[in-house]
Ligand binder design. Structure first.
Ligand SMILES: Nc1ncnc2c1ncn2[C@@H]1O[C@H](COP(=O)(O)OP(=O)(O)O)[C@@H](O)[C@H]1O
Ligand SMILES: [Mg+2]
Length: 274
C-alpha cells in the first residue's frame, strides 16, 4: 500500500479537493483506494456524500478507541473506501494527551490493512497538531498543495521543519514527494514566478539529505475551475459532477502521474519519436 498525506497547515489551498479527486481517479482505474478524513470539519466525508453524523466509527474511533481500521472504513464508491470524520474528532487531541505513543496510533492501526488497499490518502487538518503527526507517522509520502500566491512560501518553513522532525524522530521513511499547484491561473505571471521560486528551492535541496530532496513539482497544475468549487455541495467527485471540465482533466492527469512518475517524460518522448 502506498501511503500519502495531503498536507498544508493553511486552509483553503486544495487539500480536500485533491484527495477526493485523485483518489476517485485512481479508483476508476481499478486501484483499491482508501481515503482518511483527519479534519474535524469533515469536508472530505461530506464531499464524498456521506453525512458526518452517520459516521459511527471513522477516524476518531480508530485513534481513541482502538477500533480496527478495516472495520471502521465504509465503501464510498466502487474501489474507494472512506475512513470518515465527524465533529468528535475535535476532542481527539486532548483525549490522547497523556497516552504513551500517541503519535503512532494511526500507523499501528493501518498495519493490518497493508495488503487490502493499493493507496491510502490522508486529508490532513489545517494545523500541525497531533492529528497531523499521526498522519505523518503513518505515511511514506507527503504531497503539499499550494496556491500560487505571493504568500505561498510563507508557512512552508514551519511545515517542512515539522516534516523534518517527524522523519528524524518517528518515521525515517517520510519524504515529500510532490508539490501540487492548485487553483492555478497560467495567465498571471505571479503563478509562474511562485512556481520558479519553488523550483529553485527544491533544486537547492537536491544534494542534502532532507526529506524533500527528491520532491518534484507535479507537472500538471490544477487550473482554477468553478466546477471543482461546486461539486462538494452535491457530494460528488468532479468525474461524477462534470466529467469533461478542466478540473476532471487535471485530476485525471495528476492521478496518472502519481501512478507512474514517468508518464510525462514518456509521452514527451513518444511525441518526439513520431
Ligand atoms: N482548482 C480549483 N478551482 C476552483 N475552486 C477550487 C479549486 N480547488 C479547490 N477549490 C475550492 O476552494 C475551496 C478550498 O479548497 P479545499 O480543497 O477545501 O481546501 P483545503 O482542504 O486545503 O482547505 C473549496 O471551496 C473548494 O471547492
Ligand atoms: Mg480540507
Amino acid at each position: 500500500m502506498r501511503k500519502i498525506a495531503m498536507l498544508n497547515q493553511k486552509g483553503g489551498v486544495g487539500k480536500t479537493t485533491s484527495v477526493v479527486n485523485i483518489a476517485a481517479a485512481l479508483a476508476m482505474d481499478q486501484a483499491r483506494v482508501v481515503v482518511a478524513d483527519f479534519d474535524p470539519q469533515a469536508h472530505l466525508t461530506i464531499h464524498l456524500g456521506v453525512e458526518p453524523d452517520n459516521v459511527e466509527m471513522g477516524t476518531y474511533k480508530v485513534l481513541t478507541d482502538s477500533v480496527d481500521f478495516t472495520q471502521a472504513v465504509t465503501m464510498a464508491r466502487p474501489n474507494l473506501w472512506l475512513l470518515g470524520a465527524n465533529i468528535n474528532l475535535v476532542g481527539a487531541e486532548s483525549e490522547l494527551v497523556s497516552v504513551v505513543g500517541r503519535e503512532t496510533i494511526f500507523r499501528e492501526a493501518v498495519v493490518a490493512a497493508e495488503d487490502k488497499f493499493d493507496y491510502m490518502m490522508i486529508d490532513c487538518p489545517p494545523s500541525l497538531g497531533l492529528l497531523t503527526l499521526n498522519a505523518l507517522a503513518a505515511v511514506d509520502e507527503v504531497i503539499i498543495p499550494l496556491q500560487p500566491h505571493f504568500l505561498a512560501l510563507q508557512g512552508l518553513g514551519k511545515l517542512l521543519q515539522t516534516i523534518s522532525l517527524v522523519s528524524k524522530r518517528i518515521n525515517p521513511s517520510l519524504r515529500v514527494s510532490g508539490i501540487l499547484f492548485c487553483m492555478f491561473d497560467s495567465r498571471t505571471s505571479l503563478s509562474e514566478e511562485v512556481k520558479n521560486d519553488i523550483q529553485n528551492f527544491l533544486d537547492n535541496a537536491r544534494d542534502t539529505d532532507c526529506p524533500w530532496k527528491d520532491a518534484r513539482i507535479i507537472p500538471t497544475a490544477v487550473r482554477r475551475n468553478i466546477k471543482l468549487a461546486e461539486s462538494p455541495s452535491y457530494g460528488k467527485t468532479i468525474f461524477e459532477y462534470e466529467p469533461n471540465c478542466h478540473g476532471s482533466e487535471d485530476y485525471r492527469q495528476i492521478a496518472r502521474f502519481l501512478r507512474n512518475g514517468q508518464t510525462e517524460e514518456i509521452s514527451e518522448q513518444t511525441a518526439a519519436d513520431l
